[in-house]
Design a protein around this ligand. Structure first.
Ligand code: FAD
Length: 474
């Protein structure tokens, strides 16, 4: 194969997958062109996903804590929200990060083209320059498709109304509506619903399945559900939205479900958060051997190479889970494969975090999956009511659990619900990736008093020897 440092590589899409791939390719000496319609790299994650949502969730948490402080003898009075300033702060965070990525592109001599790419064939792209105008055909040795995903829409609930928002519209924070209906009890709906509720909106969440966050273990969801019941006006499970109608006073919604008291209700705004669709409808893709599966994901092998040998695909467009950190790792894997390194994208654990309050995080095997596959596991749970640190934070409702192979004692999965669970899960991911035994986690000295101790104490629970809880001998 050609010396990888002489390769010309195009990356279509400047999200976390795309820029991680472009930067590594440049670091390995390849000649890289990164194409994205925005002014700077960043993609959905930075412009209208992970980053703006977490900035707003930080504010929501502050508002919630200020309210909770009453229990500790501290009163701040009613918060005054300056929406323009809040929006400006959030935008500033986005601008700093995307501007930084623009700088990093320049420093690495990555040619960033603000435009949209279409495929002419397996090695040529037609790039339409969105800002500068004009079109150009560019030829490359390898092409990495990182075009990401977009919000899904329920076709029967299409409505041409500014009151109907997707996640992008909701993150713009056009106003604090009096009432908001969130369609979809997945992580995006719950995160954004929490932001609006903290700002003072009466939020109703509708989920067609029997529980929030379908797919997550129920014992992890329970503490969040309980807290959201207080924060939200209503959580309607097993419920579907039959129709939406734009009226002068709001959107009239018809609901159907066992706990629906009023079948028709009017909401100031509706947020549709029913999942995301991969952006695989790239013009000209059909002129290549690239294949797309029934769900719209581009099919790839463990090196993230498509059926067309010169084309790779990574990130949301290349399959579940649609998460930024998965996209970044795939991007690096594809570039290493292009460089001729012996690599495969075969993680033992991809962490998932729901940044609500409390947060939920899990990695590796879940109890739900173990049950589905009839896999025998031991589950060691440490309730945060026994954690000194959790009590100092007045957040005893959390839970940390390890899923352990009863024969080998290997840690197969970790699940956490509680304040800051998203930061804690990384230790679990490392344990799974390093094939740690429960004893390895239990015998590792964790700092006291921290929530991280709950991982160590879960391992101690497995052996019936947790310092802070009594468990009868097995
Ligand atoms: P994307 O980030 O989707 O970027 C793709 C880019 O390609 C876009 O800029 C797009 O405009 C561009 N593009 C598309 N077609 C073309 C073309 N033909 N030519 C040129 N460019 C093109 N994930 C997490 O891990 N953690 C979170 O906390 C989190 N929170 C989220 C919150 C919200 C509200 C949303 C919507 C998503 C969130 N996600 C989160 C998901 C995360 O944003 C995605 O998984 C991640 O952005 C996927 O990265 P990507 O590189 O595959 O593509």
């Amino acid at each position: 194969m050609a010396n990888s440092s002489t390769l010309r590589v195009a990356v279509i899409g400047g999200g976390p997958g795309g820029y991680a791939a472009a930067f590594l390719a440049a670091d390995l000496g390849m000649k890289v062109t990164l194409i994205d319609p925005e002014l700077n790299p960043g993609g959905v994650c930075l412009y209208r996903g992970c980053i703006p949502s977490k900035a707003l969730l930080h504010v929501a948490k502050l508002l919630e804590e200020a309210e909770q402080a009453k229990n500790w003898g501290i009163e701040f009075g009613e918060p005054k929200v300056d929406l323009d300033k809040l929006r400006g702060w959030k935008q500033n965070v986005v601008k700093k990060l995307t501007g930084g990525l623009g700088q990093l592109s320049k420093q690495r001599s990555v040619q960033f083209v603000q435009g949209k790419a279409a495929l002419v064939n397996a090695s040529t792209l037609q790039v339409t320059k969105t800002a500068a105008g004009g079109q150009e055909d560019l030829t490359f040795d390898r092409i990495i498709v990182a075009t990401g995903s977009r919000p899904s829409i329920v076709p029967s609930l299409r409505l041409d109304s500014p009151r109907l928002m997707d996640s992008t519209g909701a993150l713009d924070l056009p106003e604090v509506p009096k009432t908001l209906l969130v369609i979809g009890g997945g992580y995006i709906g719950l995160e954004l619903g929490s932001v609006y509720a903290a700002l003072g909106t009466k939020v109703t969440v509708v989920e067609m399945m029997s529980g929030l966050l379908p797919g997550a273990d129920r014992d992890l969801v329970l503490p969040l559900h309980k807290r959201l019941e207080k924060l939200f006006d209503a959580i309607l499970l097993n419920t579907t939205v039959q129709s939406l109608k734009d009226e002068k006073s709001g959107i009239r919604v018809t609901l159907e479900g066992p706990n629906v008291k009023e079948k028709e209700q009017v909401f100031d705004r509706v947020l549709m958060a029913v999942g995301r669709r991969p952006n695989s409808e790239i013009p000209g893709l059909d002129k290549t051997k690239v294949t797309v599966n029934a769900k719209g994901f581009i099919e790839v092998n463990p090196q993230r190479q498509t059926a067309e040998p010169t084309i790779y695909a990574i990130g949301d467009v290349a399959g579940e889970p649609m998460l930024a950190h998965k996209a970044m790792h795939e991007g690096r894997c594809a570039v290493e494969a292009i460089a001729g390194h012996k690599v495969a994208f075969e993680p033992s654990a991809i962490p998932a975090v729901v940044f609500t309050d409390p947060e939920i995080a899990w990695a590796g095997l879940t109890e739900t999956e173990a049950k589905e596959h009839g896999r025998e596991i031991s589950v060691a749970k440490f309730p945060w009511g026994a954690s000194g640190r959790a009590l100092t934070l007045d957040r005893p409702e959390g839970l940390t659990k390890l899923l352990i192979d009863p024969k080998t004692e290997r840690v197969l999965g970790v699940g956490i619900v509680g304040a800051g669970a998203g930061e804690l899960i990384a230790e679990g991911v490392l344990a799974i990736e390093m094939c740690a035994l429960a004893a390895d986690v239990g015998m590792t000295i964790h700092p006291h008093p921290t929530l991280s101790e709950t991982l160590m104490e879960s391992a101690e629970v497995f052996y019936g020897q947790a310092t802070d809880i009594y468990r009868p001998k097995r």
